[in-house]
Ligand binder design. Structure first.
Ligand code: ATP
Length: 435
């Protein structure tokens, strides 16, 4: 579809999914705010991830660690020395670019000459405490994973588990990206969902493969189109220093020439537990009673940014259709379980007190069960259009027949067909469909 990204960005702002941050001060590059519907969509993504990654596995628990950790963490993890990108600055406009994103030797914006390459660490620095000198420097975490490794012993002491077991975490991560771009695809503050799955070293490849398959299937389960997803094997020479093998799930983002990274799944080996044992002098190895051996487990890590899923969901859901009446409508075809709002309730006419009163009653009944919107502005057609545009799967209208026999109309977003039901039946139908 032509200009799909422009349409998504404009709809996101118009309807309250995503706003550019600090807009009244001219925005702030690489940062976005999430509006009322954006918060709901994000929550649904997290809910589905927790369901699949945490709650359906007896051997996986979740934690929530601090964003600012002891700065020694980042020395041990390799981030202080290695979380760098190679950049070149344009001599004319002084913009800076990542070397791996450059296509030729001239500035992509003003065609000026590029200077010599240099290195730039993408961790955000801050100061902790009342003294602002080098001893007070700390970092905003660039990934949630390290908070899990640091709590490895704590979790095992409170939730003793045998291998394999996992610790999951959802939380903000910060990267001072040299060139944030493509709406919420590459931003400086984002939210990660990570799982660190600890396994016996000799079984790491088997479990890695299992998670690759499980994670790929999850994207189909939340409604992404199979043809827009692809498995990508990261070439050996591009692997991170801790990784034995990394496989990524790529999505067909329209602004990229090729597909782009949605989720990374690395076999991190025993690098993390070993390095933190060495730097902290706390032994993070594990004694396994079965083999009577002490060793460092290997770690399989599926890691994804919520905003990249958010964007993929919007892109896949967006459609424009012509109705029989000749009218055009924009529809976000989210799966019902992903839709921010499940139902909208309308009185057919707002100036008929009997209809409004009955509609309020139905609204309150449905609201006890689902996230429901109320709308009595404009005519019914306009109300449907508004709900279609934000992906509400069903609209319920209270009309004159409701006053006679209690039934209301249930209008399906995708087919636009209407059927009549008692409100209690609607609860059953919707519950079944959003499972
Ligand atoms: P990229 O190559 O796109 O910069 P990465 O390989 O640095 O990503 P990882 O370090 O593997 O990313 O991070 C895990 C996940 O976190 C990514 O798969 C992506 O979903 C998300 N992510 C990473 N950086 C960003 C960012 N700047 N904005 C939004 N999401 C991000």
């Amino acid at each position: 579809m032509e200009n799909l990204m422009e349409k998504i960005i404009s709809l996101s702002k118009r309807r309250g999914f995503v706003f550019p941050t600090s807009e009244i001060y001219g925005g702030f590059s690489g940062f976005y705010d999430f509006g009322p519907l954006g918060v709901l969509l994000k929550e649904n993504i997290k809910k589905e991830w927790r369901k699949a990654v945490v709650f359906s596995h007896d051997e996986i628990v979740e934690i929530d660690s601090a964003i600012i950790q002891n700065p020694k963490t980042w020395k041990a993890s390799g981030h202080l020395d290695g979380f760098v990108v190679e950049i070149r600055e344009c001599q004319k406009c002084h913009r800076r670019f990542r070397v791996d994103h450059l296509e030729d030797d001239k500035c992509p914006v003003c065609q000026g000459n590029l200077g010599q390459p240099s290195f730039f660490n993408e961790m955000f620095e801050t100061y902790v405490g009342a003294k602002k000198d080098s001893s007070a420097i700390a970092y905003l975490r660039p990934e949630t994973a390290q908070g899990i490794f640091l709590n490895f012993k704590n979790v095992l002491n409170t939730f003793p588990k045998e291998l394999p077991f996992g610790i999951a975490q959802i939380g903000k991560a910060f990267r001072n990206e040299v060139s944030p771009e493509n709406f919420i695809f590459r931003i400086r503050e984002f939210e990660q969902m990570e799982l660190e799955y600890f396994v016996e070293p000799k079984k790491s490849e088997e479990y890695h493969q299992k998670w690759i398959e499980e994670r790929f299937k999850w994207y189909l389960d939340i409604g992404l189109k199979k043809e827009n997803l692809k498995i990508f094997e990261v070439p050996k020479e591009d692997l991170a220093h801790y990784s034995k093998r990394t496989v990524e799930i790529h999505y067909n983002y329209p602004f990229l020439k090729n597909f782009g990274e949605l989720e990374g799944m690395a076999n991190r080996t025993d690098f993390d537990l070993k390095t933190h044992s060495k730097f902290s002098k706390v032994d993070l190895s594990l004694f396994e009673p079965k083999s009577r051996k002490r060793f460092f487990p290997y770690i399989i890590e599926p890691s994804v940014g919520i905003e990249r899923i958010f964007l993929a969901l919007l892109l896949d859901a967006y459609s424009e259709e012509e109705l029989n009446s000749g009218e055009k409508r924009v529809v976000l075809k989210f799966l019902p379980k992903m839709a921010p709002i499940k139902l909208a309730v309308f009185p057919l006419l707002r100036n008929k007190p009997a209809l409004v009163e009955k509609a309020r009653e139905v609204y309150s009944l449905l609201k006890d069960n689902f996230l429901v919107a109320w709308d009595d502005n404009d005519n019914i057609g306009k109300r449907y259009r508004r709900q279609d545009e934000i992906g509400t799967p069903w609209c319920v209208t209270i009309d004159f027949e409701t006053l006679e026999n209690g039934t209301v109309t249930l209008r399906d977003r995708d087919t636009t067909k209407q059927t009549r039901h008692l409100p209690q039946e609607i609860i059953k139908i919707v519950k079944e469909k959003i499972k």
